[in-house]
Design a protein around this ligand. Structure first.
Ligand SMILES: [Zn+2]
Length: 318
């Protein structure tokens, strides 16, 4: 009589710990864990969706796919009522609002000094911190930092971020999704009729290639797959196909994790924030370890994206 009881107890404990594991850390046990981040929100109307339509579609798709928390790295230059309303809707859906400067300054532009750059971060902070679900996470526009350790402008900015208790909103998987979005927008504006099934395949091929590349690089550098953060933009192409990308990741054994879990990974430790290229975290760690192979994926080249795009559309017309 005692055995079934013991077995039952064991099984219910097992079930409990499994459930706890899922609650505490939904990604545990998957080979590939990826959090989603979308830059430059709220972006203007596109060729396919208005800004408001795009926001609704992103929110609906993420909810349908069970993605509870992504981050939007926001600019406040065109902070209209409509733009603010969109960010509030992202926040109300459980997503995080974070700082990407007010006007999307380029730190490597020699005409911009650190004071101006910090002012731009502060301006975005003032406006964004009034929104719900705001976190002090900072992503440098274009991911551009100084390339030298302790270069003066970066050191001053880093000190400012530390004093204001900002964490780095780095990425581990870089993509040029913005360039694909631009090609499609131009073609639609010129009246081209798009085959969305073909576009979807091009989009998935390009993004999946980057995911595979950076995960393989990370494993070489770290010895394991970290909790990734993929760089995307709040644009029409992602509003169209993010659900298909999520399906593709899951079909290949991966899982989408909440972004706050990704930023609790060992590679998010503040000691790595000060290293050169730290916003491109895997590439930065590869350089630090003097890795000699390539640290740039195939589709971080506008011409490679154009080639894949035009080849895909040419197949369509055959
Ligand atoms: Zn940006």
């Amino acid at each position: 009589m005692t055995m079934p009881g013991a077995v039952g107890k064991f099984l219910s404990r097992l079930l409990l710990s499994f459930t706890l594991l899922l609650v505490v850390y939904p990604g545990k046990g998957y080979a590939l864990e990826i959090a989603l981040s979308f830059d430059d929100a709220p972006k203007a109307d596109g060729a396919i969706f208005t800004g408001t339509e795009r926001t609704q579609r992103l929110i609906d798709t993420l909810r349908e796919k069970g993605v509870s928390e992504v981050a939007f790295f926001c600019n406040t230059i065109h902070f209209s009522d409509e733009g603010q309303a969109r960010l509030k809707r992202y926040a109300a859906a459980g997503h995080i609002i974070a700082n990407h400067t007010a006007t999307h300054l380029n730190l490597l532009d020699p005409s911009i000094d650190e004071k101006q750059y910090i002012k731009d971060i502060e301006q975005a902070d003032e406006q964004l911190s009034q929104l719900p679900n705001f976190r002090r996470w900072f992503r440098y526009p274009y991911l551009r930092q100084s390339t030298q350790i302790g270069a003066p402008n970066n050191a001053v900015i880093e000190l400012f971020l530390q004093n204001r208790q900002y964490k780095h909103g780095y990425v581990t998987i870089e993509t040029y999704d913005w360039h694909l979005d631009k090609l499609i927008r131009q073609d639609i504006q010129q009246g081209r009729v798009m085959d969305y099934a073909v576009l979807k395949q091009i989009y998935i091929d390009i993004l999946w290639d980057s995911i595979v590349f950076y995960d393989a690089l990370a494993k070489k550098i770290l010895g394991h797959s970290p909790r990734h953060v993929i760089l995307l933009h709040e644009n029409d192409i992602n509003a169209l196909f993010i659900g298909d990308l999520i399906d593709h990741i899951e079909k290949n054994g991966g899982v989408i994790i909440p972004i706050s879990h990704a930023y609790a990974d060992d590679i998010a430790a503040p000691k790595w924030d000060g290293i050169p290229l730290s916003q491109r975290r895997i590439r930065a760690l590869a350089k630090l370890k003097q890795y000699r192979g390539s640290t740039v994926s195939l589709y971080e080249e506008e011409s490679a994206i154009e080639q894949r795009y035009h080849a895909g559309l040419a197949d369509q017309s055959v």
